[in-house]
Design a protein around this ligand. Structure first.
Ligand code: IMP
Ligand code: MG
Length: 174
């Protein structure tokens, strides 16, 4: 089966939206420090761009969780692969995710990280597919709401491919 990728959001659109998210976070956290928790691997490109646009002091940590294999459906299981390096005690945490689909990953993570003594845990996602929501989760910062299609690029993969595309695209099989 032949695969191709159609552009959904251009590099310019994505970068401009991230710049505005960075401004908003900088205003909301004025006088505080933010601790960004990047969910590997998908959110890595987004987090780097976002961190560059935040003007309050930023620290970073990385975590990997899995709810997907090489399939395009959620298994509903959230398993920690790589855990955080540093404690979260009293920190203003923002979990940075690539996409919210069923909502299982973020709602499970928020609960888990709140229990580690963070001052607060907010959620930030580049993309949201609201039509697919199974678990009700309040996302504080959203880049784009998109239709229910499988997307790749800007960190998102299909079977580990396409993460390096500088735009968001939809995978088409013909
Ligand atoms: P949730 O737990 O169902 O919200 O799953 C979120 C995770 O599923 C994301 O972090 C992605 O890794 C993966 N995912 C969901 N939709 C897509 C997509 O369209 N493209 C690539 N990965 C996706
Ligand atoms: Mg992910």
């Amino acid at each position: 089966m032949a695969e191709r990728v159609e552009i959904l959001l251009s590099e310019e659109e994505v970068n401009e939206r991230i710049r505005r998210l960075g401004e908003q976070i900088s205003e909301d956290y004025a006088g505080k420090k933010v601790h960004l928790v990047c969910i590997l691997k998908g959110a890595s490109f987004f987090m780097c761009e976002l961190a560059k646009r935040i003007t309050v002091p930023v620290s970073l940590d990385f975590m990997s969780v899995s709810s997907y294999g090489s399939d395009t459906r959620s298994s509903g299981v959230v398993k920690i692969g790589k855990d955080l390096d540093e404690p979260l005690t009293d920190r203003h945490v923002i979990v940075v995710e690539d996409i919210v689909d069923t909502g299982r990953t973020l709602s499970c993570l928020q609960e888990m990280l709140k229990n580690r003594g963070a001052a607060d845990v907010k959620l930030c996602t580049l993309l949201d597919k609201p039509d697919r929501r199974v678990v009700d989760v309040k996302v504080d910062y959203t880049g784009f709401r998109i239709p229910d299609e499988f997307v790749v690029g800007y960190g998102l993969d299909y079977d580990q491919k396409y993460r390096n595309l500088p735009y968001i695209g939809v995978v088409k099989f013909d």
